[in-house]
Design a binder for this molecule. Sequence first.
Ligand SMILES: Nc1nc2c(ncn2[C@@H]2O[C@H](COP(=O)(O)OP(=O)(O)OP(=O)(O)O)[C@@H](O)[C@H]2O)c(=O)[nH]1
Ligand SMILES: [Mg+2]
Length: 343
Amino acid sequence: MGCFDCGGEDEPKRVLKLILLGTAQSGKSTLFKQLRIINNKPFTEKEKISMSNVVRENLIEGCSAILKAMHDLGIELMKENEDTASMIMSIAKEPVIEIQKILTTKTENYGEDIAGKIAKLWKDPGMKQCLAKRSEFTINDTIEYFLDHCERICKPDYVATQEDIIKARLTTLGITEVEFDADGYRWKFTDVGGQRTERRKWIHAFVDTTAVVFICSLNDFDMNLEEDKTTNRIHESLLLFREICELDCFKSIPIIVLFNKDDLFREKIKNADLRVAFSDYHGGHQYESARDFIINKFKSLNSKNTQLYSHVTTATNTNNIKMVFNDVKNILLQKDLETLNII
Ligand SMILES: Nc1nc2c(ncn2[C@@H]2O[C@H](COP(=O)(O)OP(=O)(O)OP(=O)(O)O)[C@@H](O)[C@H]2O)c(=O)[nH]1
Ligand SMILES: [Mg+2]
């Protein structure tokens, strides 16, 4: 493990480098954003402005995805909301920059305030009926939050809050790093894109890795990939996890698996059947049985006996990630001290 001179301090700090890996939408960037918050690297004004546009786009795009799914699934919309639905569908076709313009300039052209119309649309029973079938179409996991806050988000002077930024969905392209100092060490976290086309870039980020943080979304078991509609998301995650465990470069380093989106999984499992993904599952709708079944599927792939640690997480919850990060820190600090023969 190399040393790194952080500058400005008396002694160079030892560097611990962690890489966040996992399939698309598992929650890597959400965790990455939480790590910034926890370690006092707040979002800059520029980032807040740019994320405001992402949030607006998530709201319009999500709303339009629900409306399209209602049409495809034969779910009725109240007659009085039909004009709003057409308006949303046409705004959603615009490039992101246009959506921003439409929502930031005065909206007299539309007769009524767009936000008010979306808020009314959100009360349409068909919208919620459709979301109950969300595993049948692609929709952002945090769309309910954005719809609940649509009046604030559509204001011309809207600036994204910390919570909005955590809940925003922006596909990661390329590799992003953040560094901070804690407990006498310099911590480096690397976030990568999880879509299949992004994974070929990962190799560039593997150098000098201290530990891998692999993120799997528990909620994925009844959904198919966005980039390949015929492949189950949790099967893809298992395959990817096996590949990572088998990589020579990670042979002797710890792998920390985060079973994420626990909040969504707890709700979903009450009605959904894990057998849609695993025909050998017989635990019914019981949360613990289903959760442990998935965890054991991952653990069984750890053929090369890598040091494996696991946590169940809700990455959108800052306190939860704070606790997990403390545990991860303790594991890695202990290991580093052992390496140095200090203990
Ligand atoms: N409810 C809930 N939503 C989550 C959780 N973790 C992440 N999300 C949401 O899921 C969406 C996708 O999360 P990201 O962190 O962007 O996923 P990613 O793994 O970085 O995806 P790629 O960049 O495409 O690889 C975002 O809207 C997040 O707010 C969670 O634990 N619970
Ligand atoms: Mg990402």
